[in-house]
Write a protein that binds this ligand. Sequence first.
Ligand code: ADP
Ligand code: MG
Length: 269
Amino acid sequence: MIVFEAVSFSYRDDGPPAVSGVDVSISEGERVALVGPNGSGKSTIALLSNGILLPSQGRVLVDGHDTADESALDVVRATVGLVLQNPDNQIVGATVEEDVAFGPENLALPSEEIRRRVAAAIEAVGLQGLERREPHTLSEGQKQRLAIAGALAMQPSYLVMDEPTAMLDPAGRESVLAAMERFHRQRRTIVHITHDASEIALCDRVIGLREGKVVYDEDAESLLKDAETMQTLDVQPSPALEVARMLAAGGVDVPLEADASRLVDALWV
Ligand SMILES: Nc1ncnc2c1ncn2[C@@H]1O[C@H](COP(=O)(O)OP(=O)(O)O)[C@@H](O)[C@H]1O
Ligand SMILES: [Mg+2]
């Protein structure tokens, strides 16, 4: 479980808090969408969840370990995998393969296990064939998938992903969502920062932030039915959801599906 207890954080001593009074728990196996307008504190929450930032007030516990406890930091970092909003900030290796191997090597795993994990993670995000490429020669979408592979290779219990599909083309997005799905099916936990209704529809729970405070915590279905709250949380309705809303407004009995193929299935029967 990741527990935020009355957490506040300010980037500057004299500045306003980026996150304030956040009390929230995320349990094993959950798939949580973290949403909110730009500047509402989503990335700050991500950075607090594995000890990259430490609370100015309150505390963050990862499976019982306080992130402010230096002796627990290695465990915390191995337990909570983080994919940053800008993948350029996360690339450390000279090649794709070395980059993905960096984390597992720090866990001092046997080299056979490292090779296995690296190959599996590269395949999970669809970067096979690019193992020897220099990361800076990759497209933005490929870099994003490289960052995700690096996190997957650590086999963390929790994966916190900060707008992982924002820079991807449709094919890249599909492969990232498929990798997330496989990860989640292993009873692992995902915190997915996104503005996209169809991605929120894949989650069980939605936590909404505004101005650094949690203002919403409901299941995904409830949010997608609530156009006004979606707007205050800056969640973009997907084209499918807009079509479903129009049909419903016109008297058609249709579920408010945000995912196009699920909407088609619902209309087809
Ligand atoms: N490195 C930083 N230094 C100073 N202020 C920051 C920094 N990063 C974010 N902030 C501020 O903290 C607040 C929350 O930002 P952030 O967590 O990035 O929000 P979001 O990810 O929801 O867009 C914003 O007011 C933002 O300007
Ligand atoms: Mg952000």
